[in-house]
Design a protein. Structure first.
Length: 513
């Protein structure tokens, strides 16, 4: 009798354990169990939180007053204060370094160098950005990008397009590394050549054929092989890297989280630190009097006096120099200029959205085939034909009267003919054939002995808009959005539309492109 009760309790525990082992989480909408082949295989993957990508810092979002913090003495009205809200986001702890960029160039050279050298060329920074008419900066031209002394210095001479291309590449390398780390892909760099390399988009659309370490993760669909590749819904892959918007960058740079008490910001900032000076003016701080960032203090004063250098940098400095701001971000003032994602328009702040403010949207969608599946990825280089034609036209105009050699003239005539033919073919919607003709034009340049061949190669490479391995995208049309009330077309006027007021050369129309 004394053993009956414990025995019955033990049986109850065993029964409860069995029931618990069979329990599956059910939908709060339909009541059907998740992750069950019997119910069709709809999955709810386990997910705790998104991992933080390499080198990133979380910037907690919020509302702030964007724009000028002092009187607009020049009356330009291009930075009027306005209240905006920024969502939380991640930002690099430091500026992109020369070492990071050399890693990027090395990857491009390995994957594309033999078949498509123009892709490598379009990623090269403009090292001639160091040159000035009356200054000797040749050592910087020669050594700054590649010498190990400058490996942790910020990369310079990078265009906006190059910065965006780097972001795309970085997304793919980070996600590829995650899949290798999880044992889902084999690490085999030598197998990745031309279009047959990993990108996040081709992997998710099942157009990347790479060597698998294992068959995949469990697939609950009744008629499946039992395993599948990672999907976006699994939460394993990171979102796309991109440039910050102007609103995000300014918000992160100011670091007002350090001046917030409850729901109040007790002091606005001109710099990423408190005060109105570039020197530390806090008498209580042991850094009192020291320069907070890498600035030119006045005409001819780049780093201070020998024996007591103030900022210690005659040019740029190491990306981890000086104290970080209240978000933990380095050099958010001084050192080098930094790109943002927005297109510049002096008065667009008057009608920008108050939430996630941004200007420059270019709405696109993936190209689908007749069966409703994504078209095959590109296996050739795609050029902006019209922009390339503009480049040739401008080059000929700028060099009129210089005295081009017969070889130069012959090359230009051949390129004119090829590009004109490509435009005609493109007008007939024969896009792939038009790009074949552009590839033939590039072959003319490579085979030419003309002195201008190098200029032509650079000009062509700057007008590449897609490379082998990219998925195919197209602009969304007005007709597709007729019934929409939130938008129909993108408000994306920029320098490509001939609006000089939105170019980086605003205020100097003669130099606007």
């Amino acid at each position: 009798m004394t053993w009956k009760q414990p025995t019955s309790i033990l049986s109850l525990f065993v029964m409860m354990a069995a029931l618990t082992g069979c329990f599956k989480e059910r939908s709060g909408s339909t009541g059907w169990a998740y992750n069950s082949s019997d119910n069709g295989g709809f999955e709810k993957p386990s997910f705790f939180e998104q991992q933080t990508g390499p080198g990133l810092i979380l910037v907690e979002g919020g509302t702030y007053t964007m724009g000028q913090v002092e009187d607009d003495l020049m009356g330009s009205w291009d930075n009027a204060p306005r209240r905006v809200t920024v969502s939380s986001f991640y930002l690099d702890e430091t500026e992109v370094t020369n070492m990071f960029w050399l890693e990027y160039l090395t990857w491009l050279e390995r994957v594309y160098g033999n078949s498509f050298p123009e892709i490598v060329e379009r990623a090269l920074p403009d090292t001639l950005a160091w040159r000035e008419k009356l200054a000797y900066n040749e050592p910087m031209v020669k050594y700054y990008l590649r010498h190990p002394s400058y490996r942790d210095y910020p990369v310079v001479g990078v265009s906006w397009n190059q910065a965006n291309d780097f972001c795309k590449w970085r997304t793919d390398r980070v996600n590829e590394n995650i899949l290798i780390r999880e044992g889902l892909l084999v690490h085999n760099p030598e197998a990745q050549m031309d279009e047959e390399h990993f990108t996040t988009s081709t992997y998710l659309n099942r157009q990347y054929i790479g060597e698998r370490e294992v068959e995949g993760v469990k697939d609950f669909r009744p008629n499946s092989s039992g395993y599948r590749d990672i999907k976006l819904e699994d939460g394993l892959l990171l979102p796309d890297y991109r440039l910050p918007t102007e609103a995000e960058w300014e918000y992160a740079a100011l670091g007002l989280i350090g001046n917030s008490y409850g729901e109040l910001i007790d002091e606005r900032r001109t710099y990423p630190w408190d005060g109105h000076y570039i020197r530390n003016d806090d008498l209580r701080n042991k850094e009192y009097g020291k320069v907070n960032a890498n600035f030119v203090k006045g005409r001819g004063d780049y780093m201070g006096v020998a024996g007591a250098l103030d900022d210690g940098g005659d040019i740029t400095v190491n990306v981890r120099s000086y104290a970080p701001n209240d978000y933990g971000l380095y050099n958010m003032a001084g050192n080098v200029n930094e790109w943002v994602m927005d297109v510049y328009r002096p008065l667009s702040n008057l009608d920008n959205a108050a939430f996630r403010s941004f200007r420059g949207n270019d709405f696109q969608t993936m190209v689908m085939n007749a069966e409703g599946n994504p078209e095959d990825k590109y296996d050739y280089v795609v050029y902006d034909i019209d922009r390339t034609a503009e480049f040739i036209k401008k080059y000929k105009s700028d060099n009129r009267g210089v005295g081009l050699s017969p070889e130069d003239e012959e090359l230009l005539d051949g390129l004119d003919l090829k590009i004109e033919t490509a435009q005609e073919v493109s007008f007939k919607r024969q896009e792939e054939q038009s790009q074949v003709i552009m590839a033939e034009a590039m072959e003319l340049i490579i085979d030419s002995e003309a002195l201008i061949a190098s200029d032509m190669r650079k000009g062509f490479s700057k007008n590449i808009i897609a490379i082998p391995g990219d998925m195919r995208y197209r602009d969304v049309t007005l007709e597709e959005n007729i019934g929409r009330t939130n938008y129909r077309i993108a408000d994306n006027i920029d320098y490509r539309d001939g609006d000089i007021n939105s170019s980086v050369d605003f205020g100097n129309p003669d130099d606007a492109s």
